[in-house]
Design a binder for this molecule. Structure first.
Ligand code: AMP
Length: 427
């Protein structure tokens, strides 16, 4: 199937041809005709499957008849969870509309709101925004009475970030006759609930099984002790000649610590997390895209917005605290049908977390060791003593047991716990 057959107009065909898109991806094949036919759409699509073009191309086609600059009204709003993702979508929309006279603005937090207001006055057709900043503009009198299309991208992520109220508030103030498109990488109860609130007779598109990772990605987990993770990471990057790697940590603190460690190893690194300024994050991302930075250390906040062509390796230095985030992290590689590799470095504390992830993605991640970095079998979870103590204190409280029987209970409990621990430890 070709893009022509989907009924796209010449200026769009020209633009995507120049970008090197030859055939539509599955989500594009299914969504483009539905969006052109003005249906509400609820699509679950994996990250990296080309979903931005799936909604942006037909929206641009719908809005092709624009008026003179000063009379332009906002006719489409695309909400996305993060600044980075908004910037990426904006870049895509600008690329797709390069042969059209469509004007597009980006409204994200961390930028001067008055500057944004002035740019809106020049006349804008499409707005790409984070929900909080869009609300602020609405409160300052942004005219949304001409909106024809409302897109909620990465809906699951937005709900995780607590944007549910904002989305519903914005939706309630839109003109009655409008089209809503909801895209989500994962299919949770929260997303389903939101879809019922904001969609009217939607067409459903499910291009992948629930929460599965893209099958062009090879996934592996290396068992390693916590204090050897940084050394193993540097070893993998060096010995396997990885040209570029995106490395995820769970927290800002460990991202900072790892960044320092890798720099000591002489690796050219960048770091992005929530405490970095917008300008700083963009600069680092730019350097990574240009190849000036070999290793980019990031927390989950950055995992959604990154679209780096042909990124072959993603390494989970630490597993995410939410299993669904694993899907988003590894979705940074293997994009648009390319092959990728996702490596997770897991220590004794993460052996349980990986099982949770496997439940979400519905497949086993092979666990291996790297020679010279095998976990020390004598190491036990450091928190076992703490757990034991907690249990000892909890038990009499709950059962209000007398002092003598308390001792007995404690002994039994500890034995059971010990047995469990032994099972969990590496042999
Ligand atoms: P997305 O899922 O929208 O983030 O897209 C992932 C990547 O695939 C981006 O780099 C797009 O430019 C690229 N892409 C989207 N559609 C196609 C297509 N039909 N052919 C080739 N690449 C595409």
């Amino acid at each position: 199937m070709s893009f022509q057959k989907l009924g796209l107009i010449k200026p769009l065909l020209g633009a995507i041809g120049e970008l090197g898109y030859k055939h539509p991806t599955t989500i594009q094949k299914r969504a483009i005709p539905l969006v052109l036919a003005k249906n509400d759409v609820f699509a679950t699509a994996q990250t990296g499957t080309g979903k931005t073009a799936a909604f942006a191309l037909p929206i641009l086609q719908r809005l092709r008849n624009t008026t003179a600059d000063e009379n332009r009204a906002i006719r489409a709003v695309i909400l996305s969870p993060t600044r980075e993702l908004s910037i990426q979508i904006h870049e895509d929309v600008v690329n797709y509309s390069k042969h059209m006279s469509i004007s597009c603005a980006i409204l994200v937090g961390g930028k001067d709101i008055e500057y944004q207001q002035r740019s809106l006055k020049k006349g804008v057709d499409i707005v790409i925004a984070t929900p909080g900043r869009f609300m602020e503009h609405m409160e300052r009198g942004l005219d949304i009475s001409n909106i024809e299309v409302f897109v909620v991208d990465e809906a699951d992520r937005m709900l995780d970030m607590g944007f549910s109220k904002e989305i519903r508030k914005i939706h309630l103030q839109l003109p009655k006759r409008h089209q809503t498109l909801l895209f989500s990488a994962t299919y949770s109860d929260k997303v389903r609930k939101l879809s019922k609130q904001i969609l009217t007779k939607p067409a459903f598109i499910e291009t992948a099984k629930k929460n599965t990772t893209v099958d062009t990605i090879n996934q592996v987990a290396y068992l390693v002790d916590t204090d050897k993770k940084a050394a193993l990471l540097a070893y993998l990057i060096g010995s396997r000649n990885y040209p570029q790697v995106l490395v995820f940590t769970r927290t800002k603190v460990s991202a900072d610590a790892l960044f320092i460690e890798l720099q000591k190893d002489g690796l050219k690194c960048g770091i992005i997390h929530g405490d970095k300024t917008q300008a700083n994050r963009l600069k680092t991302l730019g350097e990574f895209k240009e190849g000036k930075v070999k290793v980019l250390v990031a927390t989950d906040i950055a995992s959604r917005g990154l679209d780096i062509e042909e990124l072959p390796y993603v390494i989970n230095y630490e597993l995410p605290s939410v299993p669904e985030d694993y899907v988003h992290r590894v979705g940074r590689t293997g994009r648009a049908g390319r092959n990728g590799e996702a490596i997770s470095l897991i220590d004794i504390y993460e052996k349980f977390d990986i099982r949770e992830i496997e439940k979400v993605i519905g497949m086993k991640i092979p666990q291996e060791t790297v020679e010279g970095f095998e976990p020390d079998p004598t190491i036990r979870r450091k928190d076992q003593d703490e757990l034991k103590l907690k249990n000892e204190h909890k038990k009499p409280d709950k059962k209000r047991a007398p002092k003598r029987s308390f001792k007995k209970t404690t002994a039994t409990k500890t034995t059971t716990k010990k047995r469990k621990t032994t099972k969990r430890d590496p042999k």
